[in-house]
Design a protein. Structure first.
Lengths: 151, 151
DNA sequence: CCGGAATAGTTGACGCGTCATCGAAGTTCA
DNA sequence: TGAACTTCGATGACGCGTCAACTATTCCGG
């Protein structure tokens, strides 16, 4: 017996889906147009600047981003081709590889971040009150918990 | 002067991003594995069943889905190849085309929907109380309004 | 009725994401 | 030590999404 969504749930779900799709599309387009970076590039660069200077192993990065390793591998290849990151050999474990930010990569993220934050603000936070912001954080934490629990 | 996100906003934003990415990935994978349909297929099929029996113009469908016409065109080609939809000539306007659901398309959506709703419930709604559901709906409506306003 | 602009939809190129698979290197244990 | 197993990461194939360009038709002013 399928438990369909009731009216209240349906309103939330359809709204969420629409918001998610539109927000994603807008922010992505804007970032791309402003800076030539994709959303995915941005995430990788943020994760790398979070551990500035360190050599980061590929799987470590994948873990931090919660990405599949093959996705990251493909993406690093594309970013490397554009000069945003480099791969370095790993002496300890010859299977492995380190990823490091290039100067150009650093310049790219520093140039892109302000306009991106501004766009996030404009489309999302400037319209929400403090209660809504907290509610969103709470919802996200709850759902992430359930996802983790679901294995 | 960049207005960076404060701590509360940052918590909400990072949480939202993580939730969104994980939820998307899980639901998509599950739908694909259970029914062979992608999320995008699902959306198209839902939109078509909403106007069951009618002949629907491509741009009308694009409007309903809020998709770009080229995206829809590409996607319809893929779905047509798999026998889920058909294109029909439009007598009124020879430039145009109608899209119709095939019997197989109808079977696919009817078969896929229950498990999908169950997954949505399991990952999201079973963990949220009524206030959170309403808060989510409110947030989505607010943000969608801002997006529309931003043109 | 003609010529230019707008509209419907398709196409091609290219970047992104997943799955399955693979090769090379490390680990475990008899 | 060496055979089975696991882990690291790359790769190929394929579906998805965007942008720009294109074809074919319709609309509209003169």
């Amino acid at each position: 017996m399928t438990r369909w969504l009731d009216e209240r749930e349906q309103r939330a779900w359809r709204g969420y889906l629409a918001m998610q799709a539109q927000l994603q599309a807008r922010l992505h387009r804007r970032l791309q147009a402003d800076s030539g970076l994709s959303y995915a590039d941005f995430d990788v660069l943020v994760a790398l600047t979070d551990r500035a200077g360190e050599q980061v192993r590929v799987l470590e990065l994948a873990e931090a981003l919660q990405w599949e390793k093959s996705r990251l591998s493909h993406h690093l290849s594309r970013m490397q081709k554009r000069g945003l990151v480099e791969r370095e050999e790993c002496a300890d474990d010859a299977r492995g590889a380190f990823v490091v930010l290039t100067a150009e990569g650093r310049r790219a993220i520093e140039g892109a971040a302000p306009a991106h934050v501004e766009a996030v603000r404009e489309l999302m936070f400037d319209g929400l009150d403090a209660d809504q912001v907290d509610a969103l954080a709470g919802i996200a934490e709850t759902v992430l918990g359930r996802i983790r629990a679901a294995g």
